[in-house]
Design a protein around this ligand. Structure first.
Ligand code: SF4
Length: 389
């Protein structure tokens, strides 16, 4: 049965660049953001027309506003983008509609307006509950603004809130991280994304570490933090369903209803369509990415209706490899029978020697009918994934 699609809308604007960030962002500029929203609206309309078959609109059940900082644009702009999606696609009535929020970007009335526009899930970029850590990351908000944002969301009736935090910051001790983690768990959001810091080339942090201005985080300490995350979240009633993602259980031991439905599209090979500069799309047969630079994207879309920079058609082999390493991100791993049925190849026969090596290293486990990462495999997932690319 074909999987239902998700819609991603990229809002690239930020107040300033955080030191660790390698996302596609640009400094906030109100006139530019107005032009940008017009271009994304045009892309949504054009994409809806292109994907409609015999007047049947493409069915989708998630919309995700990611960034950048989607909460920086006006509630009216967010509403117009949701309305355009509803007009151009067949958006299910019970769709998950998420917005990423940076603390400090909420003006009075914004939450009420988002709710009435259809936003039903909020993902708050907390990153740390310590002001000294936030300053070092060049975040534009304080810990108290993050707490106030979560409280405001609750007061406005949001009952599906996710918090993002980063562990393994330079100079962060295990005790420092424990304080952050404990506060996040005390708030009891429905979902937690708890990432280990990755130092990406091209970021300010990468340069600072190279110049010895900041300490390089210790791998063993990061490993201890990851173990702490998984144990503490589990004890607090969260289901770890992906390497860095935890959803609050409502009924033990059933699957949590608060798993991110949109992000599951990426991990389960469902189609997704990205709108906006630098946004990625996948339809099961090919993958494409939009022009990254905001101004160039606007010009292309306003001229042609599309802003694609690159497109790649995928072979069955490409799809199989991708399904394998994306599926392994999930704690439940992949079903070996379903994989054979979908791609016509046996994982065990294709990757036998590699899987034996990974299993001997304690990185994967093969249960009857399933292949999964172990806890150690999740910590060292990049080592596993290079085997399949
Ligand atoms: S707010 Fe998010 S997207 Fe913007 S610079 Fe910081 S980490 Fe990057």
């Amino acid at each position: 049965m074909p999987k239902t699609a998700g819609i991603y809308i990229h809002i690239p604007f930020c107040e300033r660049k955080c030191t660790y960030c390698n996302f596609n962002t640009t400094d906030f500029d109100s006139p530019l953001s107005a032009d940008y929203v017009q271009a994304v609206l045009a892309e949504i309309v054009h994409t809806g027309e292109r994907l409609s078959l015999d007047s049947h609109k493409l069915a989708a059940d998630t919309i995700f506003f990611g960034g950048g900082t989607p909460s920086i644009i006006t509630a009216e702009q967010i509403r117009s983008l949701i309305c355009a999606c509803n007009d151009s696609f067949n958006i299910a009535a019970d769709s998950e509609v998420t917005i990423e929020i940076n603390p400090g970007t909420l003006e009075p009335g914004k939450l009420r307006d988002w709710k009435s526009a259809g936003i039903n899930r909020a993902s708050v970029g907390v990153q740390s509950f310590r002001d000294d850590e936030l300053v070092k990351l060049s975040r534009t908000h304080s810990a108290s603004q993050a707490r106030a944002t979560v409280a405001a969301l609750r007061n406005a009736g949001f009952n599906n809130i996710s918090l993002d935090l980063i562990a393994g910051l330079p100079e962060q001790s295990l005790e420092d991280w424990r304080l952050n983690l404990d506060e996040a768990l005390r708030i009891r959001p429905e979902h937690l994304s708890l990432y280990l810091l990755e130092i990406k080339e091209g970021t300010q942090l990468f340069a600072q570490i190279k110049r010895n201005q900041r300490a390089r985080p210790d791998d063993d300490l990061a490993g201890d933090m990851y173990t702490m995350i998984c144990e503490a979240a589990g004890e607090a009633g969260y289901e770890q369903y992906e390497i860095s993602n935890f959803a609050l259980r409502t009924v033990e031991p059933s699957e949590s209803p608060f798993r991110s439905k949109h992000n599951l599209k990426y991990w389960t090979g469902a189609p997704f369509y990205g709108m906006g500069c630098g946004a990625h799309s996948y339809n099961g047969r090919s993958r494409w990415v939009n022009i990254a630079k905001t101004e160039n994207y606007i010009e292309a879309v306003m001229t042609t209706g599309r802003g694609i920079a690159e497109q790649h058609d995928l072979s069955n082999e490409d799809n199989a490899a991708e399904a394998l390493f994306m599926g392994l991100r999930l704690n439940e791993g992949i079903s070996l029978d379903a994989f054979s049925a979908d791609y016509g190849v046996s994982v065990i026969e294709t990757y036998g020697p590699e899987l034996e090596r990974l299993s001997e290293s304690g990185l994967v486990e093969i249960e009857p009918g399933r292949l999964k990462l172990t806890h150690r495999g999740r910590l060292l997932s990049n080592e596993v994934f290079v085997t399949f690319v």
